[in-house]
Design a protein. Structure first.
Length: 90
């Protein structure tokens, strides 16, 4: 997956966070980000990678995101791998 496609998936993930109040509260608490940081982070591939990391940490969040936007968990993982800060596979 190229970086443009990965960023598109990550922007969908950010929109998902904002649309789900409980998930958003969890992300803000986990990351220490503010609502203003969400707006600024939308243009940062590193921040968007962190959004995907958060979704990938729990199957329930990941599956809810995938169901809402029509992507697979594998596509989400590939998007994360294409963004800065991803942990290389072992």
């Amino acid at each position: 997956m190229d970086s443009a496609a990965a960023e598109a998936v990550a922007l969908q993930a950010l929109a998902f966070l904002v649309s789900e109040e409980e998930v958003l509260r969890g992300f803000l608490g986990h990351s220490g980000a503010t609502v203003d940081d969400l707006r600024l982070g939308a243009g940062s591939p590193q921040f968007l990678g962190g959004v995907l990391d958060f979704l990938l940490e729990r199957d329930d969040r990941l599956l809810a995101f995938c169901d809402q936007v029509g992507v697979t968990p594998e596509q989400t993982q590939r998007a994360r791998a294409a963004l800065p800060g991803a942990t290389p596979p072992m």
